[in-house]
Design a protein around this ligand. Structure first.
Ligand code: C2E
Ligand code: MG
Ligand code: MG
Ligand code: MG
Length: 280
């Protein structure tokens, strides 16, 4: 078995690799069946606004309720869905489900509803011709105003350039907001801000994790909030797990926080409870 010679990146064959390939193929087929059998769910995690802890927005996160393996993490199946192309259909279903959900909250809760739902979109979806038109059709069908939707993209996704960047400009034209996810962890994050229309930076959990223990982490978190406000963008800190982290982020100037401290992703968040938690 001849490994492709690509210098340092050469991958050598191993039995484990073959096994992994078979696993991925099997998983890919299972995902197709799971979509047909309606085994996917969307859960929503609050993004709160300080100082009051109002739920400003929610992030939509997909779950796979496997009949006997239980809940399967998106980290395990999104990459496979991206590889076999199912992400296009699955992603459209997630987008439609999330938009319909917020439209219903708006009808039921009025001004107490979150202002926006934020949906993760993969590079494969963005790069497909007509993606913005698909989103426009979903907004029209569900009756959700474009300003109530944000798409979350990763730096690596857009780094590939080309059609994905065109789609982002079209989405912005529609009035959809664009958030750069896991900000600070990818390549060329700062350079991207010059070419991609972005409204929001989602500062990665890794910068939040040790913010109370490490001066270096706090310095980076502070630099990121300065960049975002200097560019007129909003910043969300991801993965806030403790009241101490929330307080430290607040002192640095962060107004939007997301994490287990405020609420885990669930099917139907109790927005009042989130507010009480933030006040505690
Ligand atoms: P992400 O978009 O950065 O989402 C944040 C992840 O962090 C979520 O994991 C969320 O449950 C988790 N999280 C939130 N707060 C905390 C916290 O305080 N502590 C810890 N330890 N974790 C926290 P999840 O739902 O497992 O999703 C993982 C990743 O899978 C997402 O990262 C996103 O990249 C991808 N993903 C999830 N749903 C979708 C989707 O609908 N479409 C696409 N394309 N990707 C998705
Ligand atoms: Mg996200
Ligand atoms: Mg994120
Ligand atoms: Mg993240």
């Amino acid at each position: 078995h001849a490994a492709k010679r690509t210098g340092a990146a050469a991958v050598r064959w191993s039995p484990a690799l073959d096994e992994r390939a078979t696993d991925a193929a099997r998983l890919g087929a299972e995902l197709r069946a799971a979509l047909d059998a309606s085994q996917f769910r969307v859960v929503y995690q609050p993004i709160v606004e300080l100082p009051l802890g109002r739920v400003k927005a929610v992030e939509a996160l997909v779950r796979w309720e496997h009949p006997y393996r239980g809940l399967v993490s998106p980290a395990a199946f999104i990459p496979v869905a991206e590889q076999n192309g199912l992400i296009v259909e699955l992603g459209d279903w997630i987008m439609r489900t999330a938009c319909r959900r917020l439209a219903r909250w708006r009808a039921e809760l009025g001004p107490a509803a979150p202002e926006r739902v934020s949906v993760n979109v993969s590079a494969k979806q963005l790069a497909r011709p007509g993606y913005a038109a698909t989103v426009a059709a979903i907004l029209a069908d569900t009756g959700l105003p474009a300003g109530c939707l944000a798409v979350e993209i990763t730096e690596t996704a857009v780094f590939e350039g080309g059609p994905a960047v065109v789609a982002l400009h079209e989405l912005r034209e529609l009035g959809v907001r664009i958030a750069l996810d896991d900000f600070g962890t990818g390549h060329s994050s700062l350079g991207l801000l010059q070419t991609v229309p972005v409204h929001t930076l989602k500062v990665d959990k890794s910068f939040v994790d040790n913010i109370t223990a490490s001066g270096r982490h706090a310095v980076i978190a502070e630099a990121l909030i300065r960049i975002s406000s200097g560019l007129g963008l909003s910043a969300v800190a991801e993965g806030v797990e403790t009241a101490e982290q929330a307080a430290a982020l607040s002192r640095l100037g962060y107004r939007y926080l997301q994490g287990y401290h405020f609420g885990r992703p669930v099917a139907d968040p109790d927005f009042e409870l989130v507010r009480a938690l933030a006040a505690a």
